[in-house]
Write a protein that binds this ligand. Structure first.
Ligand code: DGJ
Length: 727
């Protein structure tokens, strides 16, 4: 059994071939964290707890002066009785106090994993996972806390979440409802996070932890482009290729907090959960509060090892099952070619050109509805603009289908413009706080998705489009953060629930639509990677990675996101030059390789390209189609992180072939000789260069590497392509 309870030493041992995770019960009351790391064949408690009567220690058990909650490595924090480190939860009693004392009560071990009501989470069959529920009770207030652990059989993966329950007959208030807390025994860690901004997402930040608290967070209503809801602790010597990594990723799309505290006696506490600021939940008698799931990923193979696990796990156990192995079409998106200037005639011309070069999915972006001539109006009015499309959207869709392509349409369903019919009819449908003006972002307000009538309206609107069968793809955009987070639908004492209720409302809408239309490909977008998180990926198998489509910037952004997401999840388009975001001119070939390193597409007016350029585009499409299995379902490894002149490299490989892409960045004289080592090819196999037909052993390419030839040109891309041969 992968999860066992040892009565003698009062420990739970969760273990598969790769990892062990051990939880102790102390004094029949409190849970301690005893071990997480490489699999142990057995555990007998060699790493005993340090029990000393320390200065300033407080003791929850009478006369036990060496037993203090402030220095034990705990499996969850405690409240008001001596654990003074960062808190994972906080409950206010109906008398107004914030003290609880949860004691161990019972446990349940079962095969499988249940879905979390209203929330996305990893999915798995009964035989693939085992779940442990530890039940803790506060006898004074009759409260219950369940810590839920699911161990995956074939991955170094454990998930954690908590459920808070009120079993009394009076209301209590959940002021903080974290998903997990863990105290690791070590203190020599580097902390890695992915940080950034709009058009500059997923920059890798790495710093040694120091005494005190490190925190990343979002209070913006969405997970945000500022910080990915992720952190990793690594040993200082961990690299892409080797070393230990403890990674945490939160399956949630709203406000979050992820923090690390290095405390006085060298223990490192890690916590993730819904952000407690702007949050409070009225927990009624006999009610449960379910927190989102955290994925805990352990690697001894460095950061590439961590990423391999995330990539495979998310493809198999996060995205909708029917999309996990489904090839994705090469798309052309109309945004950067047209912005709001759309006409049926012109788009049909663009669609003809697209079909000629081999595009498979034609996506009509913003500007097709209401009076949407700029970004100042019409969100919510999801009916076609008759001046731009006199024959309706469906005529265009049918023409695109006739040309042999699929048809996709852009929506920003969560928004409402003041200048819209929807706002005139339902001003109360915007998120709002009485008497305060609506703060606008991109001249738009946010719909109150906590309201069931708003949810129903969006479900009906989208269903009406999708049920025609003309729409194969939806780009679900979301272009601002939340302000005046209040709702006229809910009681005064529930107003701090609205941030979370918004996310639950969004998930409810997505659940209905993606279940009703499983074959429609949904692409997640929030001005690019503004809400690129595992919560959204549960419903939508791909994301528009960034509004920055410049090849050089993309090499950095995609490199960062690849810590967590495989290339198939990251929309990447060849756009025009000079690039619209940064004005940079890069070769079409390089733009192609960078876009092929994600989920491949185009976003430019093909009619403006020369004959030669169109030929290149056509060749890129044929190449990608021929090697789509490799690019979309092969393994992806990072080989060289972007350096001071922006050069970086990565590898795609499967059982048949391998492609290494080296982006040269800025050309510089006197560069040191550079051999790019492949690290991950099959040592035993032979690899034949597809151009020269020269054969090399995998071991040679892995260890000796290939010379990166000198090129006197900025933004050049070297590509090495081998067929795998078995000797
Ligand atoms: C932001 C998206 O990221 C862009 O790709 C585009 O769809 C615009 N919104 C449209 O307003």
């Amino acid at each position: 059994m992968p999860i066992q309870f040892d009565e003698k030493i009062q420990c739970f041992h969760l273990s598969n071939q790769q990892i062990s995770y051990i939880i102790g019960i102390e004094k029949n009351c409190y849970l301690t964290h005893r071990y997480w790391g490489k699999a142990l064949p057995s555990y007998a408690g060699s790493n005993q707890l340090q029990l000393i009567d320390r200065g300033f220690a407080t003791n929850p058990l009478p006369e036990e002066r060496t037993f203090s909650l402030n220095s034990l490595p705990l499996e969850t924090s405690t409240q008001g009785n001596g654990d003074h480190r960062i808190a994972n939860y906080q409950i206010r009693s109906h008398h107004g106090h914030d003290v609880t004392d949860f004691h161990y009560h019972a446990y349940i071990i079962s095969k499988g994993k249940s879905a979390i009501p209203g929330l996305p989470s990893l999915h798995a069959t009964t035989s693939e996972v085992t779940t442990l529920e530890i039940i803790l009770k506060d006898a004074v207030q009759q409260l219950e806390m369940r810590l839920i652990y699911t161990l995956f059989e074939n991955y170094p993966i454990l998930t954690r979440r908590a459920v808070y329950a009120n079993l009394s007959d009076t209301m209590v208030a959940l002021e903080n409802a974290g998903s997990m807390s863990i105290d690791l025994a070590e203190s020599q860690f580097d902390l890695i996070t992915l940080d950034g901004s709009h058009t500059n997402e997923a920059n890798i930040t790495r710093q040694a932890i120091r005494s005190g608290i490190h925190r990343i967070e979002s209070t913006r209503g969405t997970s945000s482009p500022q910080h990915q809801p992720f952190l990793a602790l690594t040993t200082p010597y961990t690299s892409e290729f080797q070393g230990e990594v403890f990674a945490f990723h939160f399956i949630y799309s709203g406000n979050f907090i992820a923090q690390v505290e290095l405390e006085q006696y060298g223990t490192t506490r890690v916590q993730l959960g819904i952000h407690p600021d702007h949050f409070e939940w009225q927990l009624k008698p006999n009610d449960y509060f379910y927190t989102p799931e955290v994925v805990l990923n352990y690697s001894t193979q460095g950061l590439n090892g961590m990423s391999q696990t995330f990539h495979q796990l998310y493809q198999e156990h996060l995205v909708p099952i029917n999309w996990s192995k489904k090839e994705r079409p090469i798309l052309l998106n109309t945004w950067e070619a047209n912005y709001f200037e759309l006409s049926e005639q012109e788009l049909i011309k663009q669609a003809h050109k697209a079909a000629e070069v081999g595009i498979e999915l034609f996506v009509l972006d913003d500007g097709w509805f209401g009076e949407r001539h700029t970004d100042t109006s019409s969100l919510g009015d999801w009916f076609v603009n008759q001046d731009k499309f006199p024959n309706g959207i469906h005529t265009l869709a049918r023409e695109v289908h006739r040309l042999g392509m699929q048809f996709g349409l852009w929506f920003e369903p969560e928004m409402i413009s003041k200048q819209s019919h929807l706002f005139q009819q339902h001003p109360d449908w915007a998120l709002q706080v009485p008497s305060y003006p609506l703060t606008e972002g991109r001249q738009q307000s946010v719909l109150d998705l906590s309201r069931p009538d708003v949810q129903e309206h969006l479900i009906t609107t989208l269903t009406d489009y999708l049920k025609t069968g003309n729409i194969d793809y939806i780009k679900w955009d979301m272009n601002r953060h939340l302000t005046e987070v209040g709702s006229s639908f809910f009681a005064t004492n529930q107003q701090k629930e609205i941030g979370h209720r918004y996310v639950l409302g969004l998930y409810q809408i997505l659940e209905v639509l993606t279940t009703r239309f499983p074959n429609c490909l949904f692409e997640n977008c929030s001005s690019g990677g503004g809400r690129f998180d595992p919560g959204m990926m549960y419903y939508m198998p791909q994301t528009w990675t960034s509004d920055n489509s410049d090849a050089l910037c993309r090499s950095i952004i995609q490199y960062g996101y690849s810590y967590l997401y495989p290339p198939i999840m990251m929309g990447a388009h060849v756009s025009t030059t000079p690039n619209h975001q940064v004005g940079r001119v890069t070769p079409l070939e390089t733009r192609g390789w960078l876009a092929m390193s994600g989920n491949f597409g185009y976003e430019l007016d093909l009619q403006t390209l020369s004959k030669e350029e169109l030929q290149t585009v056509h060749q890129q499409i044929i190449f990608y189609q021929t090697h789509r299995q490799l690019f979309q379902f092969g393994k992806f490894y990072r080989l060289q992180a972007p350096n001071s002149h922006f050069a970086s490299g990565w590898l795609f490989m499967n059982d048949e072939e391998a492609i290494a892409i080296y982006f040269n960045g800025l050309s510089r004289p006197a560069l040191p000789t550079n051999y790019l080592k492949m690290h991950y090819l099959d040592n035993e196999a032979l690899y034949e260069d597809v151009t020269t037909k020269q054969q090399y052993s995998g071991a040679e390419l892995n260890q000796a590497g290939v010379l990166i030839p000198r090129v006197k040109e900025d933004f050049y891309t070297h590509v090495f392509h081998w067929k795998k041969k078995y000797s």
